[in-house]
Design a protein around this ligand. Structure first.
Ligand SMILES: O=P(O)(O)OC[C@H]1O[C@H](OP(=O)(O)OP(=O)(O)O)[C@H](O)[C@@H]1O
Ligand SMILES: Nc1ncnc2[nH]cnc12
Length: 201
């Protein structure tokens, strides 16, 4: 089947217009999300520019756009596990898990989980910490997504991935609302893909 050239040109023009509109919509959503995040200087320590996502949660449109953008990306990636990092990964992870039909695993700070756990220690921008995961929460071969609000040095996500991989899961990607690119956290993820919505400089 052949189409007259004018019809082909018209379709291409329409498609380009549609792509432009979609990009504009995406940019405006990202802008809405970025502008809803409050930056608090010198919290919790002098020199730290604290990215406060509680103000994003006060804006239902921006909060919904945040979840929707992650769901759009992950709904067709055959992910069966969403692991959220305590505490702020618990705000975004469960909504994503429910929407894509995956289970949710909380990765918790020490001595919070009642069952048998595996642990990973890590170094933070302001101190050291440890994450724990219940043994049996994930099965070998499951495809996992790790969710947190923010990547700074990457230590937390690295520990989260180690926990999942020690249990035999395949970490498909890490997802964060915010990245602090100056801290080069991506470089600690051993080449694992990281998807972020907002970069903060
Ligand atoms: O990339 P990194 O340098 O590892 O830092 C990122 C982590 O730091 C923050 O959590 P925090 O440890 O402050 O704990 P909280 O969520 O319990 O406040 C943030 O929510 C990430 O989990
Ligand atoms: N600058 C920052 N803002 C919020 N959470 C963080 N975790 C590590 N660094 C952070």
């Amino acid at each position: 089947m052949t189409y007259p050239q004018e019809e082909v040109d018209g379709k291409e023009r329409e498609e380009k217009l549609m792509m432009k509109k979609n990009n504009k919509r995406l940019e405006s959503k990202i802008e809405g999300i970025a502008s809803s995040i409050r930056v608090v200087p010198h919290f919790p320590k002098p020199g730290i520019m604290f990215q406060d996502i509680t103000t994003l949660l006060l804006n239902p449109k921006a909060f919904k756009n945040t979840i929707d953008l992650f769901v759009e990306r992950y709904s067709r990636m055959d992910i069966s596990v969403v692991a959220g990092v305590e505490a702020r990964g618990f705000i975004f992870g469960p909504a994503i898990a429910l929407a894509i039909g995956a289970k949710f695993i909380p990765l918790r700070k020490p001595r919070k989980l009642p069952g048998e756990v595996i642990s990973e220690r890590y170094v933070l921008e302001y101190g050291t910490d440890c994450l724990e995961m219940h043994v049996g929460a994930v099965q070998p071969g499951e495809r996992a997504l790790v969710v947190d609000d923010l990547i700074a040095t990457g230590g937390t996500l690295c520990a989260a991935m180690n926990l999942l991989e020690r249990a035999g899961a395949e970490v498909v990607e890490c997802a964060c609302v915010i990245e602090l690119p100056e801290l080069k956290g991506r470089e600690r993820l051993n080449g694992k893909p990281l998807f972020v919505l907002v970069e903060s400089h």
